[in-house]
Design a protein around this ligand. Structure first.
Ligand SMILES: O=P(O)(O)OC[C@@]1(O)O[C@H](CO)[C@@H](O)[C@@H]1O
Length: 376
């Protein structure tokens, strides 16, 4: 397990420090400029932006008790920036939701940012859907990985970055697909990434007849993480040009071939080791999208990038793969030679969104009763 490693702190000199100094004030400015809220809420957002360095952790009424209990025991009354990085980030987004009264007003503070991004992606959606007619499974997975560049909390837009895959277990993943009847995907961002998820889902149903579960956030998080209304908005947006595809996805949802599950756990500081028991079926292949979900496999700890992921994820019940562009300080299972070479190319390689992995993150393999295949 990862418990013996220290949690990644907010460090002035590191990506975490830059995030609280630069990225979060910018995100708050963007929300304020969206003009979605009345003067009082806008002023509170402005106050938060000015006081990120002194903000204290208070109990918020919109944080689900069960998943936040340990967090408050440890951090209530402390300064936000003295918390471990992941805890501080998730709390900050919960605090923003509390300020904008998300639970009652149901206005996504990032909705305008998301809509603007959607409008810019129309041509790319058309081009990708047209070329996907000739794709095999590997192409769908690679396109899915590319979709993860499009994270609206970053300073640089994904379109401006060419990614390089540094760990590629896609053949293992493809080899396992026929053994399963269901895949569960922990979704990440809306827009281009969600589009790439739906393309992959369509393929998994068409070629492997999988039952699909899509796990999404119950409330806005990390700016562009998928919430329920994003799926409807994307399908509505696509329906003008991509009617056939949209109809197919809607039919799968109606028939229960695709199930969408929004859960408060994903809005909490919980990691995969504390996931609610019945949220993911043990029989499913698990696909985890994106950077923040990757951090959750390893408790967002300080790790040597050559540490074997399997040693840290023995608690997982599922065979799991992460499809992720690197946007924060954590990475596992690389060779020491590769780590050295990446260090010599760019000291910031872990968080610039240029490098990417399709990584098997748990040693488990599906147990098929009465099967002659060897199990681990
Ligand atoms: O999960 P995603 O969308 O790929 O990335 C999430 C992210 O933008 O938000 C976090 C905030 O600092 C970082 O883990 C990462 O950079």
């Amino acid at each position: 397990m990862f418990d013996s490693y220290p949690k990644i702190p907010i460090n002035e000199e590191a990506f975490s420090g830059m995030t609280f100094r630069v990225r979060y004030p910018k995100i708050l400015t963007d929300v304020i400029q969206s003009e979605l809220f009345d003067q009082r809420i806008t002023q509170e957002l402005e106050n938060l932006k000015q006081s990120l360095n002194t903000q204290l952790v208070d109990r918020l009424s919109n944080t689900t008790a069960a998943y936040w209990h340990d967090f408050y025991v440890e951090y209530e009354g402390k300064k936000l920036i003295d918390l471990p990085f992941f805890d501080a980030e998730v709390y900050l987004f919960a605090l923003i939701n509390s300020i904008v009264q998300y639970d009652t007003l149901q206005i996504d503070p990032y909705s305008k940012i998301k809509s603007a991004d959607l409008s810019q992606s129309q041509l790319a959606f058309d081009r990708i859907l047209a070329s996907s007619k000739d794709w095999d499974t590997k192409d769908f997975i690679l396109n899915n990985l590319h979709g993860n560049k499009s994270d609206l909390s970053q300073l640089v837009h994904g379109d401006e970055v060419a990614i390089e895959v540094i760990l590629d277990d896609s053949q293992t993943l493809i080899g396992q697909l026929p053994r399963y009847t269901s895949t569960e995907i922990i979704l990440d961002n809306t827009g281009m990434e969600l589009f790439s998820d739906l393309l992959l889902v369509d393929h998994l149903i068409d070629k492997y007849d999988h039952q699909i579960t899509l796990h999404i956030k119950a409330a806005p998080l990390f700016v562009s993480d998928v919430i329920d209304e994003d799926i409807t908005k994307l399908l509505d947006f696509l329906s003008h040009h991509q009617e056939e595809f949209v109809q197919r996805i809607k039919t799968y949802i109606k028939q229960g071939k695709i199930t969408i599950v929004a859960h408060n756990f994903w809005n909490s500081p919980g990691h995969f080791d504390t996931i609610p028991k019945d949220l993911i079926s043990k029989e499913s292949l698990l696909l985890s999208k994106g950077d923040a979900n990757y951090r959750r496999f390893f408790g967002d700890r300080i790790l040597d990038s050559a540490t074997n992921a399997f040693e840290l994820t023995s608690y997982l019940k599922n065979e799991a793969f992460a499809i992720r562009t690197l946007k924060s300080d954590i990475q596992t299972s690389l060779s020491t030679e590769l780590v050295q070479s990446l260090n010599s190319r760019n000291k910031e390689w872990r968080n610039i969104g240029k490098f990417a992995v399709i990584q098997k993150v748990s040693a488990r393999i599906l147990k098929i009763p009465n099967s002659s295949q060897k199990e681990s």
